[in-house]
Design a protein around this ligand. Structure first.
Ligand SMILES: C[S@@+](CC[C@H](N)C(=O)[O-])C[C@H]1O[C@@H](n2cnc3c(N)ncnc32)[C@H](O)[C@@H]1O
Length: 295
């Protein structure tokens, strides 16, 4: 089974209290959650959230041995405070968010998250969402698409790709992930180290799932839910996410939240050690940041 990213660091930084209340906001396959639960005593509790029902089923199976110490909820982490209320929790001692998608999602061609296999242009993490790649492309003009690609780091060819994609979409030539991947290839000829579709897929996935919007909404709730001594650990995989986390945590440290005070436990983002990158290439771009409520 696929190895959770920065596992040792997550456990170390969460500084787990045996009888504490913890939230894993991105349960996925439950790898981090399992490790957190192993640190908890009989009165400790973990609540895991995910928007993806398929992931929840797998995680629930994995976490069964922990009985009622573990609980899961199908929810977007945007709704964190509502979920805590429903669960009867006023505050929490720690929160983990391991952003993005799991290998289980990436490797399922039916979800359209990878350009390496033929699949529908879908990319939804939440199957009940009404937006997929095709509906999103239907609402964006060429300029909006160019700005999106540019924002996600497709600097040199954003305009070329945006034009090609807009045109192909309006002519009905984009049906599958392969169509889009091939279009990116022929538009940006002469491959560099990264496939030209990589950033296009990343940008569209982020748009379809409003990933930056959800992260901002989560960040705003963190100061309101952490108990004194409680920590939030966030792992991001691209610079736009990491920038939001960095700026959010810096603001909480400087301004606090009402009477509440926070410190950044990490000034610089923590990345994987060499041996982890060797074992798990997905970890390569992971950046972990930690905030603690001190009073
Ligand atoms: C990188 S995986 C987490 C892997 C997990 N830490 C593990 O050890 O197996 C990220 C998970 O977060 C979920 N996710 C992404 N955005 C979400 C959101 N806004 N709310 C809730 N879950 C989300 C995805 O469906 C995916 O299962």
């Amino acid at each position: 089974m696929h190895e959770p990213v920065l596992l040792r660091e997550v456990i170390q930084f969460l500084n787990i209290k045996k009888d504490g209340r913890y939230v894993d906001a991105t349960l996925g396959l439950g790898g981090h959650a399992e490790a957190i639960l192993k640190e908890l005593g009989d009165h400790g509790r973990l609540l895991g959230l995910d928007v993806d029902p398929g992931s929840l089923v797998r995680a629930e199976h994995r976490l069964q041995p922990f009985g009622n110490r573990s609980n899961t909820r199908r929810s977007n982490f945007r709704g964190l405070q509502g979920v805590l209320r429903e669960n009867g929790w006023g505050g929490i001692d720690g929160l983990l968010a391991d952003l993005g998608i799991s290998s289980y999602q990436l490797e399922d061609p039916k979800r359209g998250l990878t350009f390496q296999a033929e699949g529908p242009l879908d990319m939804r993490l939440d199957p009940e969402s009404s937006r997929n790649v095709l509906t999103v492309l239907g609402t964006m003009d060429e300029e909006e698409l160019r700005n999106l690609l540019h924002e996600f780091g497709e600097m040199r060819f954003a305009w070329k790709l945006a034009r090609a994609i807009s045109r192909a979409f309006s002519e009905g030539r984009l049906k599958t992930t392969r169509d889009l991947a091939l279009l990116c290839e022929v538009t940006v000829r002469g491959r560099g180290k990264v496939h030209p579709a990589t950033r296009v897929f990343l940008a569209l996935r982020a748009k379809v799932n409003d990933e930056l919007g959800a992260l901002s909404a989560l960040l705003e709730q963190i100061p309101q839910v952490l108990e004194v001594g409680g920590r939030a650990v966030i792992i991001s995989f691209h610079s736009l996410e990491d920038r939001l986390v960095k700026q959010g945590f810096l603001r909480f440290e400087k301004e606090g939240w009402g009477e509440r005070r926070f410190i950044r436990v990490t000034r610089k983002p923590v990345g994987p050690a060499e041996d982890e990158i060797r074992r798990n290439p997905r970890a390569r771009s992971a950046k972990l940041r930690v905030l603690e409520r001190v009073a």
